[in-house]
Design a protein around this ligand. Sequence first.
Ligand SMILES: Cc1cc2nc3c(=O)[nH]c(=O)nc-3n(C[C@H](O)[C@H](O)[C@H](O)COP(=O)(O)OP(=O)(O)OC[C@H]3O[C@@H](n4cnc5c(N)ncnc54)[C@H](O)[C@@H]3O)c2cc1C
Length: 401
Amino acid sequence: MTVPYDIANPTEEHAMLREMVRNFTEEEVEPQAHEYDRDEKFNTALFRRLGDLGLLGITVDEEYGGVGMDATAVAIVNEELGYSDPGFCLAYLAHAQLMVNNIAFNGSVEQKARILPKVCSGEWIGCMGMSEPGYGTDVLGMSTSATPNDDGSWTLNGRKMWITNGAIDGDGTPADVCMIYAKTGENDVGRPEITTFIVEKGMTGYSVGQKILDKLGMRASNTAELVFDDVNIPPSNVVGSPGESMVHMMRNLEIERIALAAMAVGISRRCLSIMNAYASEREAFGKKIREFGQIQRHIGESWAEYRAMRAYVYDTARNTNLSRAGNRLDSDGVKLYATTAAKNIADRAIQVLGGYGYVGEYVVERLWRDSKLLEIGGGTLESHQKNIARDLGRDGTPIDL
Ligand SMILES: Cc1cc2nc3c(=O)[nH]c(=O)nc-3n(C[C@H](O)[C@H](O)[C@H](O)COP(=O)(O)OP(=O)(O)OC[C@H]3O[C@@H](n4cnc5c(N)ncnc54)[C@H](O)[C@@H]3O)c2cc1C
């Protein structure tokens, strides 16, 4: 008997990972999701449980405390957590993909040995700062900068905005460790050179400017503005060679976009499951509402979109090599498609549930609010459209493959 191939579970190891995360999500994530969203709180204790399960170092080599898995594994974890609690999942993604994966692939052996065991176990909580109050999509316009000192250290100045895990609690406690991109010069043609600095809690001049409150969604993750005021960065906390971080940034954005798109798959699967069950239970005019053509359209279109995004996400993950950039066309493409589709599926789920869909108990309103962030964070829809058109303009051969 041939076993059917499932692109979302390509190996037994991936299937076991999915089962483990699914069980954990059902038993420990789902019961707290509503409360932490309502109260705008980050569940630090639950976050550290992800370390016990090996999920915080999902792409990190075993010698540094990780489990050494691939982009497909990243998609699986984000899909499964996103099914239940996208806010909590965003905190996971900011730590495990934006910070931990970044250092695992771009850091020195010394940095990896010093930092990775702590962030893989959950002892330290990390974040990544790229966006600024005045610069988001226009990332190279950033005004955060660092200047070298005679002793090899650097002085970092500037502000970063919208940083997930930037504060780890309501008292403004900063993350234990952040990867911060800063401008350190210009090349021969006037293009900014970017360097990554590792900033650690306790460094003088590093603080939380403000915790950002009243977000539409993703309320179970903390978002903060970070301030760097003459922070002295020792040479041991400079990632790679000064000026070479554009490539770090691009490579890490690819896995970030796949992870966000995988979260969209989780949101879509949950919303579809809820609307499908409800359509069989609810009756109107003496019939189950699934017998009405307009309800069938909501379910049918959602199924087709969910299946399409699932295939595209896992195909893109399968073709992504974490150690090099080169998959921007599809990491942009999959995020562009999956995020809006997830928001539309969540919207249809609310519609199918009528008034019940509009209240927290039935979950889909939270997923609808959370899904909107996926169209903004990690690159806006417009930036994906721009990148895709630019890449296909340079080389249209992928269209005819
Ligand atoms: C909850 C949350 C968590 C986040 N977490 C992080 C994090 O952990 N780390 C981090 O670094 N950042 C994070 N971000 C920031 C996020 O990546 C940015 O918000 C995003 O990149 C957009 O930047 P902006 O908000 O400055 O919008 P802008 O770039 O100012 O964009 C405003 C509008 O103009 C459009 N626009 C801009 N340029 C163009 C163009 N060339 N062509 C067409 N349209 C254009 C945009 O698409 C958008 O519609 C987070 C944001 C949120 C809301």
